[in-house]
Design a protein around this ligand. Structure first.
Ligand code: GLA
Length: 372
């Protein structure tokens, strides 16, 4: 279904909400380490139609599965919706019964934050439906908490960008205090492409939480040995080598990756403003190498796409995006190389993995909004 089909299907509901997905230009696995990241909301979105009803009912238009209509098996996405309802109940807010149908152009499990898009859209919708008047900062913080019910020890990058996204702009987030600044992303003559490997990643079943736990362990070891910071991101990069002997062979590369990635984010933002596309491409490639070799969250399909990008004329750089273990890659390339590149990478990917890669342009758009 296309965007307009969702709008038609859901048009009769009292409330119609558009909740986008997100990309991340750079700064991966830094958010829960209180570092920096540079995400943006995208055009691909979920649409949520909500109306008051005698009993709670939920339906996913794309898969046809539902909850509250008599179905015996609870759909997996209910964990996010129930997470919001339970979290609000714990705050003393009892959500009245209503019906919600949703679906959209945002692919699930593609590293574009479909679960946060659903959670954020839902809490935003309840805020409207119940006229709660909660400010965006509160909705963001609550969406982060509610999503933890799924078991993922995620950060706040997805929710901040989904709530605060702006057309053609990315947000440089300082995850130590959740503050952010907008950076224009449009570079004349260049495009950003997203290539979905089709390797579905369900982060909660991956090593994502183990990386997050390992970083907490690293911080504890450092603190026990005299480090006064409250997060590993506070360690000045020139002091990195002092900690090598305190950490295991697996843990030290995690620490060095996080510090280097934080630095890359700040350099990237400067180069974005100055339209320094060669530097941007190089930083994307370095970020990917760090995720592959130091943080170890890549996979063969993601690596293949990035290696392909590296040797293709007109492509400045590429990297895996999001939590990893599957999902999508992000590519910066010359506008006039776009068609050839799309064709070539799809063909090569299919030949290698016998799978279709879904490729589309990253159009940066506004964050969650009410359509009516
Ligand atoms: C997932 C999480 C985010 C972030 C990224 C990795 O998308 O939801 O909070 O940690 O992985 O950068």
């Amino acid at each position: 279904m296309r965007e307009s089909d969702y709008l038609d299907c859901l048009g009769d509901h009292e409330l119609l909400i558009q909740s986008p997905g997100r990309i991340n230009l750079i700064g991966e696995h830094t958010d829960y380490n209180k570092g920096y990241c540079l995400p943006a909301a995208i055009r691909q979105s979920l649409f949520l139609g909500i109306s008051e009803a005698p009993a709670m009912k939920f339906r996913a238009l794309d898969t046809g599965d539902d909850w509250g209509y008599g179905n015996q098996q609870r759909p997996h996405w209910m964990v996010y919706l129930q997470g919001v309802i339970d979290f609000l109940a714990a705050q003393g807010i009892k959500v009245p019964p209503f019906e919600m149908e949703f679906g959209g152009t945002l692919p699930m499990g593609a590293g574009l934050s479909s679960s946060s898009s659903l959670t954020c859209g839902f809490i935003f919708g309840i805020n409207q439906l119940m006229c709660l008047d909660l400010p965006t900062e509160t909705l963001t913080a609550w969406a982060v908490q509610a999503e933890r019910a799924s078991g993922l020890m995620g950060g706040m990058m997805d929710q901040i960008s989904i709530f605060n996204g702006r057309k053609k702009e990315a947000l440089l987030i300082d995850c130590s205090d959740w503050s952010f600044k907008y950076y224009p992303v449009d570079i004349p003559g260049f495009s950003w492409l997203i290539a979905d490997t089709g390797v579905k990643h369900k982060l909660v079943d991956s090593d994502y939480n183990n990386r997050s736990l390992a970083c907490t362990g690293i911080l504890r070891t450092m603190q026990l040995n005299g480090f006064a910071g409250a997060s590993i991101s506070e360690l000045p990069i020139h002091e990195l080598s002092q900690w090598e002997s305190h950490l295991s062979e697996e843990d030290f590369p995690l620490l060095s990756y996080v510090l280097e990635e934080n630095k890359r984010v700040l350099t990237f933002a400067e180069n974005l403003t100055a339209h320094q596309v060669n530097e941007l491409g190089q930083l994307l490639l370095e970020g990917h190498a760090g995720l592959r070799d130091q943080y170890r969250v890549s996979c063969a399909e993601l690596d293949f796409m990035v290696e392909f990008a590296e040797q293709f004329e007109g492509v400045m750089g590429a990297r895996m995006m999001g939590g990893g273990f599957g999902g999508s890659t992000l590519h910066l390339l010359k506008e006039d190389a776009k068609q050839d590149y799309q064709h070539a990478i799809s063909k090569a990917y299919f030949k290698k993995f016998d799978k279709e890669a879904k490729i589309f342009e990253a159009e940066l758009e506004d964050g969650v909004r009410r359509i009516h």
